[in-house]
Design a protein around this ligand. Structure first.
Ligand code: NDP
Length: 282
């Protein structure tokens, strides 16, 4: 078994991105990411802080826009419009989840697709599914990077993605198709999940259930990528896969924490750089 060290790979990618940003700066191009946070959800605050730190690390300017939890839809939309038309803002990210009274889907659709660094806008999702360039959701994009940098070839392999959310499972399946894997998507209505997942040469879990996958779900020698970010019975961060019970059966496996997680924010930084390229046509 080999561990896929998301932290180390993420560090290497950030180093490369820092050089690209510095190269752009020397040509007079500054990159700015606007992060909008509505309300004071503690987990969201941590995510926003991580994004700000990553921006600092690679040399991207970050603007934090804090709105009260009772912000109206009209006020939030007005703020997005302002950022859309601000030539100094390259990327816009609205931290999810939004307070319940706000329409998340309408907010995502309001962000200019050219500044949608999360890759959630239907235009970018559509572009991904028909193979056009555009922003790709950060977690699945990060997983592709992890596979490539670990020397794992996806072409011709059987890949099972468990989970079909718009931000992880679905784009993940499309990206693995693009890599020429033979892809199956499983979900909560899948019958006999273990018989499906134990066919997988590459198993990607994006469910959100602590240690749900034991060895009976895993083929001998499979590559296992675990997106889950859950708490176990002791409140410790853990994945969807029971790591201790499964790792010996795998050829490669991502740990939680330190696997998929660190790459997500790193790919956001990459999308910010791509946004400036798109907007400056370079
Ligand atoms: P969602 O809750 O949106 O989706 C979960 C998916 O899992 C759904 O498609 C659901 O199926 C499926 N599912 C639920 N229960 C089962 C089951 N018993 N058997 C098979 N499938 C099941 O979650 P996300 O996609 O947003 O996130 C998934 C996990 O990844 C979470 O733990 C989240 O915290 C983590 N995550 C980690 C990130 C990172 O940076 N590391 C970033 C984003 C997410 P159905 O559609 O039928 O309901």
């Amino acid at each position: 078994m080999k561990l896929i060290d998301g932290k180390a790979i993420s560090k290497a990618v950030r180093e490369e991105l820092r050089e690209t940003v510095s190269d752009l700066k020397s040509r007079g191009i500054e990159i700015t990411l606007a992060v909008v946070l509505a309300g004071d959800d503690q987990a969201s605050k941590v995510y926003v802080r991580n994004k700000k730190n990553a921006c600092e690390e690679v040399g991207i300017r970050s603007l934090e826009i804090l709105l009260p939890a009772d912000v109206t839809m009209e006020e939030l939309i007005a703020k997005i419009d302002e950022l859309n038309s601000d030539p100094d803002v390259n990327g816009i990210l609205v931290q999810l989840p939004l307070p319940d009274h706000l329409d998340e889907s309408a907010v995502i659709r309001r962000i200019s697709p050219l500044k949608d660094v999360d890759g959630f806008h239907p235009e970018n999702v559509g572009a991904l599914s028909i193979g056009l360039p555009g922003f790709v959701s950060c977690t699945p994009a990060g997983i592709i990077e992890l596979l490539k940098r670990s020397g794992i070839e996806a072409e011709g392999k059987r890949c099972v993605v468990v989970g079909r959310s718009n931000i992880v499972g679905k784009p993940m399946a499309i990206l693995m198709l693009r890599e020429n894997a033979t892809v199956t998507v499983a979900h909560s209505r899948t019958k006999d999940l273990a018989s499906v997942t134990s066919e997988a040469d590459i198993l990607i879990t994006a469910v959100g259930k602590a240690k749900m996958f034991g060895p009976e779900y895993i083929k001998d020698g499979a590559v296992v990528i675990d997106c889950g970010m859950n708490r176990d019975e002791n409140g410790k961060l853990c994945g969807d896969v029971d790591f201790a019970a499964c790792c010996d059966k795998t050829s490669f496996i991502t740990p939680v924490p330190g696997g998929v997680g660190p790459m997500t924010v790193t790919m956001l930084m990459k999308n910010c750089i791509d946004s400036v390229r798109i907007q400056n046509r370079i």
